[in-house]
Design a protein around this ligand. Structure first.
Ligand SMILES: [Zn+2]
Length: 123
């Protein structure tokens, strides 16, 4: 089929924008995932720091200089809290990355995707 005729038919059917919208959606989700990955990186750093401080507490205690119970409780509380936030972020990233499969091409798509990320088919 002639490309101009094809384009015209697509316009008439109102489907011409679908692929562009799918691409825009995909870009948006990639940005979301990238942002969440940055947050995850920061949280992992925070978590490592808390573990390092807890390790220092162990060494200090071993060397006969135990810290206050308050400090240990505080660090353990922060470890729990940060661990929960990390798990939550990982779940959100997994959701954005793959929550459904395209029935046409089998590509992994996000739960909220209206169109396939690979072939542009409506989901
Ligand atoms: Zn597809």
């Amino acid at each position: 089929m002639d490309e101009k005729v094809k384009e015209l038919l697509e316009r008439i059917r109102g489907t011409a924008g679908d692929t562009a919208r799918a691409a825009g959606k995909k870009a948006g989700q990639m940005v979301d995932v990238a942002k969440l990955n940055v947050q995850l990186f920061d949280l992992n750093g925070e978590y490592s720091d808390i573990l390092r401080q807890l390790g220092q507490v162990m060494v200090d205690t071993h060397r006969g200089c135990p810290p206050s119970g308050e400090r240990v409780t505080d660090l353990l509380g922060r470890a729990d809290e940060t661990g929960e936030r990390i798990a939550e972020l990982k779940a959100r990233i997994a959701d954005l990355r793959q929550a459904q499969t395209c029935p046409a091409c089998g590509a992994p798509c996000g739960r909220e995707d209206k169109f396939c990320r690979a072939c542009g088919r409506e989901l």
